[in-house]
Design a protein around this ligand. Structure first.
Ligand SMILES: [Zn+2]
Ligand SMILES: [Zn+2]
Ligand SMILES: [Zn+2]
Length: 84
């Protein structure tokens, strides 16, 4: 299956990769993969692969913190505790 190369930030505290943009596509050259250049356009098969494989991570910077999603979840959890 094809993969996307994505440039992004690695958040070291939580280990999450934050994708900024896709910079390249790796074509798997399989006729049963709909993302591939060689897949026939008129193919009607439902068995063909439709999705990209896991991103190939191109880490452009590293931050000694949690990602915004995790920070937000921490804030939410703290708020819930304060209410209880
Ligand atoms: Zn593919
Ligand atoms: Zn197909
Ligand atoms: Zn995170």
């Amino acid at each position: 299956m094809c993969q996307q190369k994505a440039a992004g930030t690695l958040w070291l505290s939580c280990g999450h990769f934050q994708r900024h943009m896709v910079t390249a596509i790796y074509d798997c050259m399989s006729v049963t993969c709909e993302r591939s250049y060689v897949h026939p356009k008129d193919c009607r098969s439902r068995a063909c692969i439709k999705v990209y494989g896991p991103d190939v991570q191109d880490i452009i910077d590293r931050v000694e913190d949690k990602c915004l999603q995790c920070q937000w979840q921490d804030t939410k959890a703290a708020q819930a505790q304060n209410k209880a």
